[in-house]
Design a protein around this ligand. Structure first.
Ligand code: GLN
Length: 452
């Protein structure tokens, strides 16, 4: 814990943390020593980790990287963080993210962007990916042993790939959403971001489990995920979806994917071509469903219940709402609220939102069909390596294209694991994604162990 606190202080210019909690960390570490001495060590006893600043932490500021929540100090602990601390994990601090987890670069944070600890051969400052960019940078930069992330459309997997670490989005319902600031409730899932697949397996076991406080949390036992790492994938069937070979896929990404196939074949797996015909609709579907849910979830930031309030003498209630939200929400969040309100409005509901729900079902069925024959699906995690700070920021649609390989599994609620598997021409980490059947994290963990 002391070594990590020193590393955090030495790398503040990367801006990975919004809030550092070194005193609490040392206290927690001391309590862990006592527990260990008594032979009562939990699964993660004494391990210093970072928490994405989207998880409510009792008595520790929780901002969601938004101005509107600045100074919000929850009186309660999210279920996932409570589970982790109950298993002995030590909290080093709260990590930076895109505002309300909306983004793929960490550029939308009110607290400034995060810089990726990796540098390419050209020496430019790079984004860590997003939205869990602070968590990914903290783990890659040795400022935390592991970190929590959340993933709505790729926010664990894509930053993990950009920072050369492992990121696991569990099946929707595997981890409780209680106490996690909501972005899009039918998609949000918490998961581990770690250096190795084994660490991810251990940490997922400490985070997951049914929670009566989240009605979408699955009443399922938590398996021993670490035991799944047998190293033996002989005879397993792994699908390669041809629709993911998108136009203009860079050579280095195509090569990485081919290398992954070769690694799996060498290990005795049977790699076969599959089809997921509705893949091309996933991105537009996601960018209707996610903003629709966000516009509804963010209505609670009304200047009364949480965080900031902006009003002057004589202002009406409407004036207060407008001034608070204009000052408190950043541009990307405002854009999502407007898109979401539009697609949910009376005249457009059927044309956009309802249509998107139908396509979402088709995307789910594509996967269900594929899983009739294969155990898991292998794809790249992202269409490129980490890009330069500022790049893509003036063009939201270009930014959204980053999520092309991660959103389908999100819409279908499936587990997705990103494993660092190779390097780009510029010397940067690249990740491959394994998508599994519902509640079959064990299979993606087993196969992931062969790819790292
Ligand atoms: N990049 C995607 C978005 O901006 C996904 C974000 C996430 O998974 N939280 O919505």
């Amino acid at each position: 814990t002391e070594a990590h606190i020193a590393s955090m202080a030495a790398q503040r210019k990367l801006n990975a943390y919004i809030t550092e909690t070194p005193e609490q960390a040392l206290e927690m570490a001391k309590a862990s020593d006592t527990k260990r001495a008594k032979g009562e060590a939990g699964k993660m006893e004494g391990l210093p980790i970072a928490i994405k600043d989207l998880f409510c932490t009792e008595n520790v500021q929780t901002t969601a990287a938004s101005h509107i929540l600045e100074g919000f100090i929850p009186q309660y602990e999210s279920t996932v963080t409570a589970n982790l601390f109950g298993n002995g994990a030590v909290m080093l601090g709260k990590t930076n993210l895109d505002e309300f987890a909306m983004g793929s670069s960490n550029m939308t944070s009110y607290y400034g962007n995060v810089i990726n600890p990796w540098k390419g051969k050209d020496g430019k400052d790079l984004v860590p990916g997003g939205s869990s960019g602070g968590s990914a940078a903290a783990v890659a930069g040795r400022m935390a042993l592991a970190a929590t992330g959340t993933d709505t459309g790729g926010s664990i997997r894509q930053p993990a790939a950009y920072c050369g670490i492992v990121g696991l989005k569990p099946t929707y319902g595997r981890c409780s959403r209680w106490g996690v600031v909501a972005f899009a409730s039918s998609l949000d899932q918490a998961g581990p971001m770690t250096r190795t697949v084994r660490d991810a397996a251990i940490m997922l076991g400490a985070m997951a489990g049914h929670d009566a406080k989240d009605s979408t949390s699955a009443p399922m036992a938590v398996p021993d995920f670490e035991a799944a790492l047998s190293g033996d994938i002989r005879g397993m069937k792994i699908g390669i979806p041809k629709e993911y070979r998108v136009d203009g896929m860079p050579d280095e990404i195509a090569r990485l994917w081919d290398d992954g196939v070769a690694m799996l074949r060498d290990a005795g797996a049977d790699v076969v071509d599959i089809t997921l015909p509705h893949t091309k609709y996933a991105l537009p579907t996601y960018y209707i469903v996610a903003p629709a849910e966000a516009s509804s979830n963010l209505a609670r930031y009304d200047g009364v219940r949480f965080g900031q309030r902006v009003m002057e003498d004589g202002d009406s209630l409407d004036d207060m709402y407008m001034k608070t939200r204009a000052a408190g929400f950043g541009k990307e969040v405002q854009r999502r609220i407007m898109i979401g309100t539009y697609v949910l409005s009376a005249g457009y509901y059927d044309a956009y939102y309802n249509k998107a729900l139908k396509v979402r079902r088709r995307i789910y069925e594509d996967f269900a069909n594929a899983f009739g024959t294969v155990d898991a699906v292998l794809t790249p995690t992202a269409p490129s390596a980490a890009f330069a700070v500022g790049e893509n920021s003036d063009d939201p649609v270009k930014m959204y294209l980053n999520d092309v390989f991660t959103v389908p599994a999100s819409l279908a609620g499936l587990p997705g694991l990103s494993v660092p598997t190779g390097l780009s021409d510029n010397g940067l980490p690249l990740g491959l994604q394994l998508i599994g059947k519902p509640f079959d994290e064990e299979t993606v963990i087993r196969i992931g162990g062969v790819l790292e």
